[in-house]
Every structure is written in structure tokens, then in C-alpha cells.
Design a protein around this ligand. Structure first.
Ligand code: BDR
Ligand code: CA
Length: 311
């Protein structure tokens, strides 16, 4: 199985991403590292443990990472995810322990211990932990198999400012460092994730699953959906973060281009903007596979098939 570390700020869509990975035998989740993002770190690490316990997977270690961006105050998104970050269903307080080490050290130690090119990082929150790991241990950059991240946008531009997507906006310095690092990148931007909109039928299918995970997913998605309908008038909620895991499982469901992607860290109106050279109008070298489209029906069929395996 392909070894992954999920770096996350749960988040209802983060939760579905984690569950999708746990339900997939092609993936071996070495650990879940929490970062401050949608809500503060004390909540994201707790939420990560709640999700693992829901899945009956207290064996997967959870580490707390950076509690704020590299050089800015934290911006959170309770307006989207609720006060807990995981509103929609009240899960019991986690009983599995939080690991004592720091998430950044876990990332560094894991990449040094495992054979080079065999560990994939899946960041679905701000990129603070990843950038800090690369700062602390530049030797690990060349050992990363791939970084498959959710963040940014090109045609869809922004969801937190007119120019910027949330994960990049919260810590643009971290994102800029990760995009400049040289590790192979796959970017799942809003352009793709806004096609991964839940339907009423799909949510009801989740609610009808016999286990406890399906109804939880339905409740989370209901909560998340309400927000997007009110704000954008869109049908359904975009399952942003699960797109990364789905790409690892079924890259044939996605299409994109190898292009140059840079992160704006200064602009007065554009700080946190992802500058994706989709039309290849610069000579800057490609540093990322930028996904633009996905097969919506295939994506949701995959999710249904996998999530129905959970307890
Ligand atoms: C991203 O921001 C978070 O609110 C979601 O979990 C997702 O990772 C979408 O912009
Ligand atoms: Ca997230």
C-alpha cells in the first residue's frame, strides 16, 4: 500500500478525506498531523482523534503541529465549519491519546526512516507544518514521493478573498516555500473541487448506510451544504479535501496540466493568490500537476463504494 501522511485542519470535508483514506486498502495512513486552520489547533487535533475513533482506527497516531502560520496571525473559518470546526453531529470526546511529539518532527522522522520516495504527504489545510518540516530538515525534501494538496485556484480564483483560496491565504509564506521546494506536487484547486458537489441523493445514501460513519458523513455534509447554498446559491457542498485522496486512488478520474504555479505573498488585493500559468505564457518551469477537471459521477461512485466499507 502507498504510505501517506494526512496533514489536516478538520473540517467536515477533511473528515471525509480521512475516512476515504482509511477505507482504502491501497493507502496506508502512517499518521494524521493536525494544523491550525479552519479552527485553532486545540480543536483540529481533537477533531482528528474523533474522526479516527469514529472509524475504529485509534491505532493511527495523531500529532499536533503548528498553532499559527509561519509569520502571520491565524485566520479561521468558523463561518464555514461551525465553532467546533466539525459541526453537524456531536461526536463523543476522544479517548485515544494525542501523541506527545510535534507533528513537524513526526513528518521529518518518518521521511528519514522510510525508504526515499515512498512517503506521500497529503496536506488539506494551510501548509504551515509542511513548510516548517522543510525548514527544519531540508534533507527530507528529496525523499518525498509526492505532495498531493488541496489549495488554490485558477479560473475559480478565490473563496476567502476575491483572489485567494483559504488554505493558501491562511499561510501564504508556507505555501510559497512548499511550491518552491522542488518536491513533486499535485494541486487540487477549487477549479476541480467545485465540481465535487454533493447531491441530495448522495447525502441520503450516506445517511442510509448501516454503520455509524455514513450517517455522520451525511450530517457533516448537510451542515457544510447549508453554508454553500446560502453563500453561493450552489447546489450541494464541495467536497474539497476528499479530491486529494480520490486522485491517489483513481487519477484517471481527473485531468490537468503540468504547469508553473507560484504563490503571491505580498499583493495588496491578491495576497495568498495562486498564480497558475495554465496557458504556459511564462518560461518558468513546471513545478506542479494542476488538476482542473474531475469526473463527478465517477468521484461520487468511488466515495460511495469506499465509505460504505466503514463501520
Ligand atoms: C479548503 O478550506 C477549508 O475550509 C476546507 O477544509 C478546504 O481544505 C477549501 O478552500
Ligand atoms: Ca481542510
Amino acid at each position: 500500500a502507498r504510505k501517506i501522511i494526512i496533514d489536516t485542519d478538520p473540517g467536515q470535508d477533511d473528515a471525509v478525506a480521512i475516512l476515504l483514506a482509511l477505507a482504502s486498502p491501497e493507502l496506508h495512513v502512517l499518521g494524521v498531523t493536525a494544523v491550525a486552520g479552519n479552527v485553532p489547533l486545540a480543536l483540529t487535533e481533537r477533531n482528528a482523534r474523533k474522526i479516527l475513533e469514529l472509524a475504529g482506527r485509534a491505532d493511527v497516531p495523531v500529532f499536533a503541529g503548528c498553532d499559527r502560520p509561519l509569520s502571520r496571525p491565524l485566520v479561521t473559518a468558523e463561518n464555514v465549519h461551525g465553532q467546533s470546526g466539525l459541526d453537524g453531529i456531536d461526536l463523543p470526546d476522544p479517548t485515544m491519546p494525542l501523541q506527545t511529539g510535534h507533528a513537524v518532527d513526526f513528518i521529518v522522522e518518518t521521511l528519514r526512516r522510510e525508504a526515499p520516495g515512498t512517503v506521500t504527504l497529503v496536506p488539506v489545510g494551510p501548509l504551515t507544518n509542511i513548510a516548517q518540516a522543510f525548514r527544519n530538515a531540508p534533507d527530507i525534501i528529496g525523499r518525498v514521493q509526492q505532495i498531493v494538496l488541496m489549495g488554490g485556484a485558477y479560473f475559480e480564483v478565490g473563496n476567502v478573498t476575491p483572489a485567494a483560496e483559504f488554505n493558501i491565504y491562511v499561510d501564504p509564506e508556507a505555501a510559497a516555500e512548499v511550491f518552491a521546494a522542488g518536491a513533486p506536487l499535485v494541486v487540487m484547486p477549487l477549479d476541480a473541487t467545485h465540481q465535487a458537489l454533493t447531491s441530495r441523493d448522495w447525502i441520503e445514501g450516506m445517511r442510509a448506510l448501516p454503520g455509524r460513519c455514513g450517517p455522520a458523513i451525511a450530517s457533516w455534509t448537510d451542515f457544510f451544504e447549508r453554508f454553500d447554498k446560502e453563500k453561493y446559491g450552489s447546489q450541494g457542498a464541495p467536497l474539497h479535501d476528499p479530491c486529494t485522496i480520490a486522485w491517489l486512488l483513481r487519477p484517471d478520474l481527473f485531468s490537468g496540466r503540468d504547469i508553473n504555479v507560484e504563490i503571491e505573498t505580498e499583493g495588496r488585493f491578491t495576497c495568498g493568490m495562486m498564480v497558475a500559468d495554465w496557458w504556459r505564457v511564462t518560461r518558468r518551469p513546471a513545478n506542479a500537476l494542476f488538476i482542473r477537471d474531475l469526473d463527478r459521477d465517477g468521484f461520487f461512485a468511488l466515495l460511495t463504494e469506499r465509505l460504505s466499507r466503514l463501520p
